[in-house]
Design a protein around this ligand. Structure first.
Ligand code: G6P
Length: 608
């Protein structure tokens, strides 16, 4: 996500802020900015592009005098990368400056409210509502303004705030987005991530949800959301720089897997309003949704696998026929596209060459296109007729985990909306689906907490030659992604098969001890897949089953079972994929592979 740094002390702030931001560059960003109190007013500088541009603009900070400031690297969410959308953001008198990480879910409602009070907005960001809300509530006491703002905003935030009227102080506050405070001998710092402060201190406080911190050059105080002072213990950081970048996790992939509950929340929550799916952002009328005759989903890699799941969900829930295509195939096969078809392109980066070419091909043929994209302002996001963003934040590990999980959520939301509008879902069914979606983050957390058991199991398979993944229906789609994860990071040959297809060739590859991961999350298909498992075990396979809690029948057939919590049959992929991601990760780790940067692979494939 974005990066925050703040400093108050005896040294010039701007060079320290630039240095801190440079330590957060690995997180990905598209613009950067600084706000520094110069003894008279708050000075602001912003630049689109690399941090280097901002450094050059400010002569490495020299042109910005002052000992108190905040800095930010932005990774666009609301509004494309641009100077006006870059942080910090000001109130109208430019006396309050704010940097923000996270997503303000109710920003549109708040924006309308503030516009009604005469506030004018100069950016497309959700953050700007925070600056204006603080202005609205500020009557001389920053803590009062901050706590009142906290009661109004919904979503996640880590904020660094400067009030011109309180020049010797720096304010920090957070909810569901990390923020730390560091104490050094020459001043105090805030940062969204430990690496930004390591050069100055190893003595940090972790701000907890809904806590506020006030920093002066000498002191640090903490308050709760009621404005009452609280005491906190500092922590001594003994990580090296490398570990600090990964937030203490051994690899980015593991960190990103652990970010999945938050990613799911961020992609889901802003789009659910009073037990209804709200995707007004797409600008699609009910009439347009009703007129869709066929959906074509086009993507590459894991995004293609997410699309494969969507086929079952859209067809099953909304009764719309769906074709799923690899972008590299779609673009050259002269696809048959009709007037009322919808082409959905799924892409984390929004820059994959084949997916982009497929999008252009569809547009040339005059069909409506919709991008499910993670990177705001990317080519696919800009060129698609409509875009639905996944709020996964930057993903660094080549093997995708959290972006894939966010893509699934976007698809479920679209399917529910389409099904509802087309009269395929009752109000009760919609409510029950949305309740199930809301439970997913906690259920994913629970599955992640089971990592030791999976690590133990994975260690037995680090010298496996071949692994097979099998399932039926959505379970086949999950198997495809499970298999890709394993092969891309552990270099073990693995393949996914529709379980019913095994007898037509693949079963001849099964030898004594061959590992087969069988996925059984679709109750109506349990018996069929269990029969396939028996065929496999009787030929010597060792079968690991991933199935729903309660399907104890499986224990008679499989050798090892991982249970996932109960959810709706359409959403099981979001849970079943977690143990499979962990399995791949631990096999790769056990083999000593380069988990985050597997050989021959690139995160963003911008060539054909
Ligand atoms: C590469 C990545 C995959 C990704 C695929 C599609 O192969 O390694 O993780 O799924 O590209 O990328 P996109 O950015 O379009 O989702």
């Amino acid at each position: 996500m974005c990066g925050i740094v703040g400093y108050i002390g005896v040294s010039q702030a701007a060079p320290i802020l630039l240095d801190g931001l440079s330590k957060l560059e690995y997180r990905g960003y598209d613009s950067a900015g600084l706000a520094v109190y110069d003894g008279d007013k708050i000075q602001l500088q912003k630049a689109t592009g690399r941090l280097k541009v901002l450094s050059e603009l400010t002569h490495d900070g020299a042109t910005m005098p002052g000992v108190a400031g905040i800095g930010h690297t932005r990774w666009a969410t609301h509004g494309a990368p641009s100077n006006s959308n870059a942080h910090p953001h000001f109130n109208r008198e430019e006396t309050i400056a704010v940097v923000h990480n996270g997503i303000i879910e109710n920003y549109l409602k708040l924006k309308k409210y503030l516009e009604g009070k005469g506030y004018q907005f100069t950016s497309d960001t959700d953050t700007e509502v925070v600056a204006h809300l603080l202005d609205y509530y500020y009557k001389g006491d920053p803590i009062e303004a901050i706590t009142r703002m906290m009661h109004r905003v919904e979503g996640s935030y880590a904020l660094g705030i400067l009030f011109q009227a309180h020049p010797g102080l720096l304010y920090a506050v957070r909810k569901d987005s990390p923020l730390i405070v560091g104490r050094s001998k020459d001043g105090n710092l805030i940062a969204s991530d430990v690496p930004a402060v390591l050069k100055y201190t190893r003595n940090v406080y972790f701000i907890e949800n809904e806590e506020i911190s006030i920093l002066s050059g000498e002191d640090i105080c903490f308050y709760n959301v009621d404005g009452e002072e609280i005491q906190k213990e500092s922590t001594a950081i003994d990580w090296d720089m490398n570990a600090a970048e990964k937030g203490g996790y051994e690899h980015f992939m593991l960190k990103e897997m652990y970010e999945q509950p938050q990613t799911v929340r961020d992609t889901l929550n802003p789009r659910i309003k009073e037990y209804n799916v709200d995707i007004e952002e797409l600008g699609m009328t009910d009439e347009e949704i009703r007129s869709i005759q066929k959906i074509h989903i086009v993507a590459c890699g894991s995004a293609y696998h997410a699309g494969f799941t969507a086929k079952y969900v859209f067809e099953g829930m909304a009764r719309i026929p769906v074709d799923v295509d690899l972008a590299s195939e779609f673009r050259y096969r002269n696809p048959i596209l009709q007037e009322h078809d919808l082409v959905i392109i799924i892409s984390q980066s929004g820059e994959t060459a084949d997916s982009l070419a497929a999008l252009r091909e569809a547009k040339n043929r005059g069909v409506q296109t919709l991008g499910i994209v993670n990177v705001v302002g990317s080519s696919i996001a800009r060129e698609a007729d409509r875009v639905m963003y996944t709020w996964a934040g930057p993903e660094i590990a080549v093997a995708t985990t959290k972006a894939y999980s966010a893509q699934l959520i976007a698809e479920y939301l679209l399917a529910i909306k389409f099904a509802q509008v087309r009269g395929e879902l009752t109000k009760e069914e919609t409510t029950s689906y949305l309740k199930d979606l809301h439970k997913l983050p906690e259920q994913i957390e629970m599955l992640l907490s089971n990592k030791e058991k999976i690590q133990h199991f994975a260690n037995r398979y680090i010298s496996a030659k071949d692994v097979f993944f099998v399932g039926r229906g959505i379970d086949y789609a999950i198997s495809m992604e499970g298999s890709l994860k394993l092969k891309e990071i552990s270099y073990i040959h693995s393949e996914a098969y529709a379980a019913g297809e095994l007898k037509h060739g693949t079963i001849s590859l099964i030898e004594e001890g061959t590992l087969v991961a069988a996925v059984l999350t679709q109750e109506a298909l349990y018996k069929k897949t269990i029969s396939n498992i028996v065929e496999l075990t009787s030929r010597g396979a060792f079968v690991l089953a991933v199935t729903n809690t309660g399907n104890t029948e499986i224990e008679k057939a499989a050798d090892y079972v991982i249970y996932i919590p109960q959810t709706n049959r359409w959403f099981t992929n979001s849970l079943a994929i977690i143990p499979l991601q962990l399995f791949s990760y631990y096999v790769s780790l056990g083999k000593g592979c380069d988990v985050d940067k597997p050989r021959n692979l690139a995160k963003s494939v911008t060539v054909e």
